[in-house]
Design a protein around this ligand. Sequence first.
Ligand code: DP6
Length: 326
Amino acid sequence: MVKTVIAKAHTNIALVKYWGKKDAQLMLPQNGSISLTLDHFYTETQVTFDNQLTTDQIYFDDQLLPAAKAARITKFLDLIRQQSGQTAPALVKTANHVPTSAGLASSASGFAALAAAGSRAAGMDLSPKALSRLARRGSGSATRSIFGGFAEWYAGHDDATSFAAPLQDPVDWDIQMIAVVLQATKKPISSTDGMARVVATSPYYAAWVKTAQNDLERMRTAILNKDLTAVGTIAETNAMRMHALNLSADPAFNYFTADTLTAIKTVQNLRAQGINCYYTLDAGPNVKIICASADTAAITAALQQDFAADQLIVAKPGPGITIKEV
Ligand code: DP6
């Protein structure tokens, strides 16, 4: 019987980052990571396995993806077919719900939604833990997007032991992120390639793995204590150390633009004025500001000296994956 399944997954932002694999085929990370899933950005994906099709057909926001661009998705569908015994090609329709050209469309929500919809449509009924392991094979950060609130991805040492679990969900205290959406230039290097270069060439990589371990322990405690200052301080330092790895790679690279540095400076100035806010950045120019909702007005007012109001998006803790058969 042909079954169509729709899954919705929200993106997540890491507070202790994943930046390097120890096994690229199994997608095992060098260190564990902790993230906050956000309510504002999500992907909705519909999957149908259908013997009437001759090849996989992947639609992205109603556009059929050419085979070259769909390769990573097709490879992931092959993994689902291999695990489920399903043999038919798949029709995949996916839509990213992010503000136009926000540059926040992420492989995290994308592969989490595809893992959930694809596995169910193929006839599997996976537990959240098994889904997290499957999503990991698509993109590392997707491992955590199965869950809402704060989630931790345990690095593990093989396929069975590398998965995420909820750390705190729902999040019943006041923490949010303001995304500063900046003009994207062409990405200097993908996250997959950037982290591989760093592992291979940064002389500081061993120190990163060691300090990340310590950051994880302190971050768990900070979240448990609902301590915004500790969460923000640890996240900010961790993010800058990740970007320092990129600056220390051979050849060096970075994701910063002039606007990125302007936004960072604004956060530093606000903090000097007594406003409790911190920044984090991923493999792109956008800055995410960790803060309490009471400070939204002060922070957005300061940012609006350099950025337009529609470049600022306030996001709250978001939910885990939802799956429905249609
Ligand atoms: C900086 O998950 O995009 O956002 O596993 O190669 O698909 P692949 O990489 P990806 O890397 C995300 C890196 C990060 C930090 C994080 O989300 O932990």
